[in-house]
Design a protein around this ligand. Structure first.
Ligand SMILES: Cc1ncc(COP(=O)(O)O)c(C=O)c1O
Length: 357
């Protein structure tokens, strides 16, 4: 029996998308490969709401996070963290020899726009990183307010981790002045893990030209140059299988379901889980900044989450425990990708039944 995934990535993938992964291979230096990548880029521009160039990486999203902070920090990076994935940017920076400072908010809280303003007004930084949707705590940062503040600092490259929001929660990349927005395939886009996508603004391109040691595999400028000079090709051998699946899934998202409908469905699922959590447990995050793609529930009943999951697995479904230090204090229910409202209702009914709620 297939176990339905209510964990915040990887998500369940529809059969038709999975079968595209098994398409016969094509050479990565062919016209067809160029055409495939060009099509994906055009569609991803719509998903990100950008006119800037799209870069693909057949790595998970962390690869592009590494590429962004390393390729585009000339002076010093300010890393704003509201959880495990925010902190990851800092670790990546330090391990790549990028000068960086970490500005953390307590677990469950946001990065305040005023804090960003205060930090940037020091003039020390030329790149910042923000997590849009922190999957470890279920918090969505106020990206609109933060975007307004960053606009006051034109020398700053604005990098946003949208790994667990793109395709589920609308963000207008160009309007907010985001230079590099990064997402992964295995979350709201509803694909297997193994490909990640980012936007790359003209401003980011100009910055990267000034940076000497951009690494090799995740050198974003090199990815960009290949697109321009080799007609939408990839510098090394990409996972063409993922590209076939992504091309197909983007047609589904844009033409069959519709992007707005997809965003709406994510919010509807979130609202049902939130209401259930309020009635039966407690929400971990502040009401004003709840994630639309994953809900973190405070384990006010001291439920043994591993035992609950064992019972759920017998019924063909699985949720996630809390992340890191929140492991038993919270649990997480993801409502992302192609999960439907009925799946969510079925899950919650089963949890009620198992726990006698
Ligand atoms: C918010 C966020 N950022 C970054 C990552 C890392 O992405 P990946 O696992 O695709 O490298 C994750 C993965 O869960 C995430 O949820």
């Amino acid at each position: 029996m297939h176990t339905k995934l209510f964990i915040p990535g990887p998500v369940d993938v529809r059969e038709d998308v999975l079968s595209k992964m098994a398409s016969p291979q094509i050479g990565h230096r062919t016209k067809d490969a160029s055409e495939l990548q060009r099509r994906i880029s055009e569609k991803m521009k719509k998903v990100f709401n950008t006119e800037e160039e799209i870069l693909l990486s057949t790595s998970s999203g962390t690869g592009l996070m590494e590429g962004a902070i390393r390729s585009c920090t000339y002076k010093r990076a300010a890393v704003f963290s509201i959880g495990a994935f925010g902190k990851r940017w800092y670790d990546i920076g330090v391990n790549n020899g990028v000068e960086a400072d970490l500005y953390e908010s307590p677990m469950g809280y946001i990065t305040e726009a005023e804090m960003v303003d205060r930090v940037l007004s020091s003039g020390k930084y030329d790149l910042i990183t923000i997590t849009h949707n922190e999957t470890s705590t279920g918090v969505a940062n106020p990206i609109e307010e933060i975007g307004e503040v960053v606009k006051k600092y034109p020398e700053v490259i604005f990098c946003v981790d949208m790994v667990s929001s793109t395709g589920g929660h609308k963000v207008e990349v160009d309007r907010l002045g985001i230079d590099i927005a990064i997402t992964s395939s295995q979350k709201c886009l509803g694909l297997p893990a193994g490909i990640s996508i980012c936007t790359f603004s003209q401003k980011a391109i100009e910055r990267a030209k000034k940076v000497k040691n951009r690494g090799y595999y995740f050198d974003l400028l090199n990815l960009y140059k290949y697109i321009k000079e080799r007609n939408y090709q990839y510098p090394s051998t990409p996972s063409i299988s993922h590209m076939f699946a992504l091309d197909h899934q983007l047609d589904y998202i844009l033409k069959v379901e519709g992007l707005e409908n997809r965003h709406k469905r994510h919010l509807e699922m979130a609202e049902v889980v939130r209401q259930w959590a309020r009635e039966k447990f407690k929400l971990f995050a502040n009401e004003n900044y709840l994630s639309r793609t994953v809900t973190t529930v405070e384990n006010t009943r001291g439920v043994n989450i591993s035992a609950l999951n064992e019972e759920l697995k017998k019924r063909g479904m699985v949720i996630s425990n809390g992340y890191g230090s929140l492991k038993d204090k919270t649990f997480r229910i993801a409502h992302m990708g192609d999960t439907q409202l009925d799946d969510i209702k079925e899950l919650l009914n089963n949890i009620d039944d198992i726990l006698g709620l």
